[in-house]
Design a protein around this ligand. Structure first.
Ligand code: ADP
Length: 405
């Protein structure tokens, strides 16, 4: 076989593999309302402590929460939650997360390592694959929040996770008040900017000291450095968390600080910092996506899905409620004349989030994606209700994309 044909085939295989993976990620992430990454420029600033306390606090507010610890070289979440003896079980083709409580599911690299040093010998692609599996293959189910404890720094591993997560809400940056932290925060801010990842806010940890006897707080570093830093970078400032010896004790015993010390000034500072991530009024700093509701479009010919997207007579537009997994409204609309770019815009104006199609060319798919519409291809010629119910119940079997023009 000529060399170019081999390369073409390899490129095509690679492209199809990536497309299938992307589809799988979308499928697995579609019932997660909000995804928040916790980042820091360097290790040891309390990033994992903040991630764990945020996840526990959200679950204490009645939210369904997932905590994903991809801090490959220092997975501390199992220790912080006293889950160190737990190992992951595979059930079918999915990985079941560890249930810390009814409302908090946890996955950590720590659950798959035999000893702490195992991950040190992992090479880049292996790390990426582990992170990908945690996003693709974990049965997270319906979640209000997925909190991701990222590896420190702004290297390949945090990059992998940002790229793999579909449309995260943004990042919380954790820092400490030392001089050096300015450089670290700058790195994180640049990293988020390059990836179009919104910054939800900066948390200044280990700022000031709370006396274990009288609860009095002393500002060791003085002033409002964290706030000034956030102002400088034009990002929200979530708050300062004092050094508290009970926080170290909590980490050692695996009892989440916020759960067991909720009257202390440090717990109050954490409450105050986390509040804006939950609030659902117009001041909410996270996008209040109505992901319980979804609008799905299906191209139709003779009342069934049209395999030839470019020639369909009508579109079925179905409103679905993901909570009750039901169709709440259905109508058929005649599309405008088919010209490149017209349909994506028309469907975006109708607030459609997903299009289920038989065959569709790459270019058309890109145009839909640019209009924030996800595309499912390779669906069979069935009635729209049947396809939508299969889609929301994760039983839609998509075959080949037969019409690539
Ligand atoms: P990172 O994830 O940034 O490496 P960790 O969350 O593992 O950092 O925290 C490092 C150490 O600092 C842990 O022993 C933790 O208990 C401690 N720590 C974190 N925040 C505080 C705080 N506000 N007061 C006291 N100790 C803290």
């Amino acid at each position: 076989m000529p060399k170019e044909m081999n390369t073409d085939q390899a490129n095509l295989d690679q492209h199809l593999k990536m497309q299938a993976e992307q589809q799988q990620i979308k499928q697995n992430m579609k019932h997660i309302k909000h995804k928040i990454l916790v980042l820091s420029g360097k290790g040891g600033v309390g990033k994992s402590s903040i991630a764990v306390n945020l996840a526990v606090w959200l679950s204490m507010q009645g939210k369904k929460v997932g905590l994903l610890d991809v801090d490959i070289h220092g997975p501390s979440v199992p220790k912080l939650l006293n889950l160190e003896d737990r190992k992951l079980q595979a059930g079918g083709d999915k990985i079941a997360p560890i249930e810390y409580s009814d409302t908090l599911k946890v996955i950590s690299v720590g659950f798959i390592l035999n000893n702490e040093n195992d991950a040190l010998i992992w090479r880049g692609p292996m790390k990426h694959n582990v992170i990908k599996q945690f996003v693709c293959d974990v049965s997270w189910g319906q979640l209000d929040y997925l909190i991701v404890d990222c590896p420190p720094g702004t290297g390949d591993e945090p990059l992998s996770i940002v790229q793999l997560l579909e449309d995260p809400d943004g990042a919380v940056i954790v820092t400490t008040p030392q001089q050096l932290a300015v450089t670290d925060v700058r790195k994180c801010v640049t990293f988020c900017g390059k990836l179009n990842l919104p910054i939800l806010g900066i948390v200044e940890n280990m700022s000031g000291f709370v006396c274990p006897n009288c609860n009095h707080k002393t500002n060791i570093f003085g002033g409002d450095g964290g706030k000034q830093l956030a102002d400088e970078f034009e990002t929200p400032f979530l708050g300062s968390i004092p050094i508290d010896s009970n926080m170290v004790g909590s980490a050692d015993t695996g009892k989440p600080f916020i759960n067991f010390n909720n009257q202390s000034p440090t717990a109050q500072a954490l409450n105050h910092a986390f509040e804006p991530l939950l609030r659902s009024n117009e001041n909410n700093i996270i996008n209040n996506k109505e992901q319980d509701k979804m609008k799905i479009a299906i191209p139709l010919t003779n009342g069934k899905l049209s395999q030839h997207f470019g020639h369909c007579e009508q579109f079925a537009i179905l409103d679905v409620d993901l909570g009750s997994k039901s169709i709440t409204n259905q109508e058929s609309l005649t599309p405008p004349a088919h010209e490149p770019g017209v349909l994506p815009k028309w469907l975006a104006d109708l607030n459609v989030n997903i299009i289920i199609a038989g065959g569709m060319g790459q270019r058309a798919q890109q145009l839909f994606n640019q209009n924030r519409i996800d595309v499912v291809v390779g669906a069979p010629s069935e009635q729209p209700e049947k396809l939508v119910l299969a889609y929301i119940n994760d039983t839609l079997v998509a075959g080949e994309n037969i019409c690539d023009h």
